[in-house]
Design a protein around this ligand. Structure first.
Ligand code: PXP
Length: 242
């Protein structure tokens, strides 16, 4: 089965917010991404609403026909309320701090086990699939299993950074983490700094990779290639990996 491509549209909201109007139109962009082949749309609302606004999330839900994935820190009550109200296909829990530029670490699933267990149960009882953002670390994968989450999202920044230096070495912790997650019957997603350059090798080596969510590189590529072509280029990287 091919890995699903979920397009993170935060950057489109950042561009729109720069002028205060509605250009580019985020809702149209999201539905166009679906038309061009995206198999999911990801948003990451943050409390300061500097890119995706809470109202965007509410408006997007009835328009989308693919998997809607909302990422964020559940320690913000406003985030939890938004997810429970919107009921996306998936919520991805990320331990990012207030005002953080971008997510830069996974959960410590051991220290936060009880907390994650209870918030995951709340989302799951609302019929929302859960995923938690984790580093490629066996102890954190084992801790993730204890929380009851459906899936993990492997934080791929270190892979992306080391890919050009030594891709065989860069992928090793991810292969080990993914194999262990499969053994424990956890679904596997991945994201952060994945690109046209490094995506194919990642998908080829990570068996059972269900979904990647990609924002920064994909939207940057779209400046050169257009969004329709860019989505096709990313899908091709995933297809040739099967
Ligand atoms: N996954 C998570 C949890 C993220 O926070 C982000 C960035 O918002 C991504 C994936 C996508 O990362 P990128 O924008 O580098 O593709």
């Amino acid at each position: 089965m091919a890995t699903k491509l979920s397009v993170n549209i935060n950057k489109i909201a950042t561009l729109r917010n720069a002028r205060g109007g509605n250009v580019p139109d985020l809702l149209k962009f999201a539905t166009d991404c679906e038309r061009y082949g995206a198999e999911g749309i990801t948003v990451h609302p943050r409390p300061d609403e500097r890119h995706i606004r809470y109202q965007d999330v509410v408006k997007l839900k009835p328009l989308l026909t693919t998997e809607f994935n909302i990422e964020g820190n559940p320690k913000e009550k406003k985030f939890v309320d938004l997810v429970l109200k919107t009921k996306p296909a998936q919520v991805t829990l990320v331990p990012d701090a207030l005002g953080q530029l971008t997510s830069n670490h996974g959960w410590d699933t051991v220290t936060n086990k009880d907390y994650l267990k209870s918030i995951i149960a709340e989302f799951k009882s609302a019929g929302i699939r859960t995923s938690i953002f984790v580093d490629a670390n066996i102890k954190m994968i084992e801790g993730a299993k204890e929380t009851g989450t459906d899936r993990i999202e492997l934080y791929t920044e270190s892979y992306a950074k080391d890919y050009s230096i030594n891709k065989e070495r860069a992928i090793q912790p991810f292969i080990a983490a993914a194999n262990w997650a499969m053994e424990l019957n956890l679904g596997i997603n991945a994201g952060h700094d994945l690109s046209l350059e490094n995506l194919n090798y990642f998908a080829k080596n990570i068996k059972g990779l269900l979904e990647v969510s990609i924002g920064h590189a994909l939207i940057s590529d779209a400046i050169y290639f257009g969004i329709e072509n860019t989505i096709q280029l990313y899908l091709r990287q995933l297809k040739v990996a099967i």
